[in-house]
Write a protein that binds this ligand. Structure first.
Ligand SMILES: NC(=O)c1ccc[n+]([C@@H]2O[C@H](COP(=O)([O-])OP(=O)(O)OC[C@H]3O[C@@H](n4cnc5c(N)ncnc54)[C@H](OP(=O)(O)O)[C@@H]3O)[C@@H](O)[C@H]2O)c1
Length: 300
């Protein structure tokens, strides 16, 4: 039994009570308006890199993913981020959400990750088919790959209504200057960038620029690809975390991110229903103020 199966089974028999229980502090899920439109999305979404890359023919292994999606939607969550780069993830999101009857409820963000106009078009058509959609909510240029080519196609697709929003993504600091250039010169709606309690570089220039330009911000790697949990392994959650309705380290990490005024949504990756429930509870209750956010950095 691997770690994932072990945790899933523990949760299923109630041995992860702190995580598997649902204890929102109040009924209002925090939603954020997409700048420039009246539409809003939930401040916590779900990422699918690796976690949703499970062979679509392995029915039993798909059960936790099915549960992640249905629970997420039942708690009011809507943003899900995927990519053709993530193996079976797009197919699983499309199949499982359609079977559960929640596909149309989701705000689906995927990406184009190839070079060349025709390859980009073919890949995006494939994504539409796998995601079982005739319209994608947000199409992002993954890691800026061949962005000068794809941006033209994305503009055309947005005009004809096949995609609703255009975005760009990267997760490396050395790509931030190029992201800035695009944010200043191209008609995009979103950026997706890594930002968390340890990797805070995006807050220097990108996040303020996004706010200035009226761009939505999706935060990837909110747990530093899971590494933030290693930093707090033997640490107790500070008592003052209760002052902003935080009951776990995951919520501590996520509330730090979504309390940044430029952030629209954070997308923690998980394939475990118990972790998804833990994570989405960060979108309930109070958020830390600026002084508390500085205190949070010192803890980590
Ligand atoms: N360039 C790009 O466009 C780019 C780059 C990187 C990431 N992304 C997007 O951002 C998403 C998030 O980033 P990520 O998945 O790399 O890293 P992450 O969200 O920082 O961390 C994911 C890891 O945290 C674990 N985890 C999740 N919730 C937990 C909880 N409550 N308690 C303990 N462990 C927990 C997950 O394992 P379990 O499955 O066991 O919960 C997984 O190992 C990706 O899935 C992807 O959609 C985009």
């Amino acid at each position: 039994m691997n770690r994932r199966e072990y945790l899933y089974r523990m949760a299923a028999v109630g041995l992860l009570p702190a995580l598997s229980s649902w204890m929102p502090m109040e009924n209002n899920l925090i939603r954020r308006r997409i700048p420039r439109t009246q539409e809003s999305v939930t401040a916590i979404g779900v990422g699918t890199w690796e976690t949703f890359d499970v062979d679509s023919s392995l029915t039993q292994e798909l059960e936790p993913l099915r549960e992640v999606l249905t629970l997420f939607a039942s708690k009011g969550g809507n943003v899900i981020d995927t990519s053709p780069m993530y193996g079976f993830a797009e197919r699983n999101v499309g199949n499982l959400s359609t079977e559960a009857g929640i596909n149309s409820q989701l705000f689906i963000a995927t990406k184009v990750w190839t070079s060349g106009k025709e390859n980009g078009i073919a890949q995006m058509k494939d994504s539409l088919q796998k995601l079982k959609r005739n319209k994608i909510d947000l199409m992002q240029i993954h890691n800026l790959v061949d962005w000068k080519t794809h941006i033209k196609t994305l503009r055309e697709w947005k005009e004809k209504g096949t995609i609703r929003y255009i975005g760009i993504t990267h997760y490396r600091e050395n790509a931030y200057p190029e992201m800035e250039t695009i944010m200043k010169s191209e008609p995009i709606d979103f950026i997706q960038v890594n930002y968390n309690l340890v990797d805070r570089k995006a807050a220097d220039r990108l996040l303020p620029l996004a706010a200035e330009k009226g761009l939505g911000v999706i935060v990837s790697q909110p747990f530093g690809y899971g590494r933030l949990f290693d930093r707090v392994k033997s640490k107790a959650l500070p008592e003052w975390a209760a002052e902003f309705d935080c009951r776990s380290w995951a919520q501590f990490f996520l509330k730090y991110i979504i309390s940044h005024p430029a952030v629209t949504c954070a997308i923690p990756g998980t394939g475990l229903p118990a972790h998804m429930l833990d994570n989405i509870q960060a979108a309930y209750g109070r958020l830390p103020d600026e002084a508390t956010r500085e205190r949070m950095v010192k803890v980590i």
